[in-house]
Write a protein that binds this ligand. Sequence first.
Ligand code: PLP
Length: 388
Amino acid sequence: MVPMVYLDHSATTPLDPEVLQAMMPYLTEEFGNASSVYGLGQRARQAIDQARDEVAAFYGVEAREVIFTSGGTEGDNFALRGIAYRNADRGRHLITSTIEHDAVLRSVESLERDGFEVTRLPVDRYGLVDPDALRHALRPDTTLVSIMHANNEIGTIEPISDLVAVTREHSDAYFHTDAVQSTGKIATRVDELGVDLLSMSAHKLHGPKGVGCLVVRSGVRLEPFMLGGGHERNRRAGTENVAGIAGLAKAVSIAQRDMAQNIAQLTALRDRLLEGVLDRIPAAEITGHPAKRLPHHASFLFQGVEGESLLLQLDMEGIAASSGSACTSGSLEPSHVILALGYPRERALGSLRLSVGKDNTQADVDLVLRRLPDMVARLRAMAPISAA
Ligand code: PLP
């Protein structure tokens, strides 16, 4: 087998061995249900309490403001639907952006079918939301603004504090941010960003899959949608994923401990990729903001190339990457994010995302820089897409 060079850390990350170690007791002998009164159950409860304290400290909030979920998709659904329904007596208008993750976009579509009105703010060519556009979109009946902290496909970091300031100045709407991509990569303290709700997912920062949290500031009116027992202070029913929660807390504390070092290391690898690709491949373009972008994230458009074909070529060389375009029902669909930047459909199909992680080396990046130019040239030579 070809040795694998994993450059898709925005999709998911390998589990950190320290995280696995923190989870192991709760996958084995400490298997108790945290709702049980005997010692085994109470030790599980203590593990959850400790994890909640650590996650709360990481985000700069109170422990009671952290609700554990099954990950980013649930957190986004919970925030959007939970705020919309619980506050429908105050208004039925929501604001989001055109480049959100599907977990947000599908949630607002479902709310629209239920009679809510949604404004989708456009972005500029770098993927930035304009605070002035938000100012104009806010209405007396707006109950929620949901703008992601950093975009998964183009890495652009949104000006969340400015957007929150505009929201506070002009309305009583709550502000939610999807911080699935930014958590562990850049500063995400909720008290500094100023948001009311924040969703995250452990598997993007070397934690386990299927666990995350929604931070909800005190006083925010939120309708629960997982109904059942009284877990998570009656806000999210379901027996707690004790091992996952312990793993999530470990993952955020490692991310916090190593953040400065990771930022320096990842930025150097990312910049080597960005510059190397532009130098070696004609008519290549970077997508997303050149400076306001996640430290580990490099994304491109190659004229006259289908991103999907490029992924297959990279895979044959043992390189794992991703493209925003997806093959749905037999035809290639460009990503809604790249289209929102203003590119025509044909150009948008040629997108590639390379996202580095803490285990990547300069040799990994150099391998891509050696292989990619020939692949792009080959695909262009046989491309059904016009290079014009
Ligand atoms: N939001 C963003 C920005 C994401 O990138 C993802 C995952 O790719 C999600 C939400 C969904 O998170 P999860 O995989 O935990 O459901």
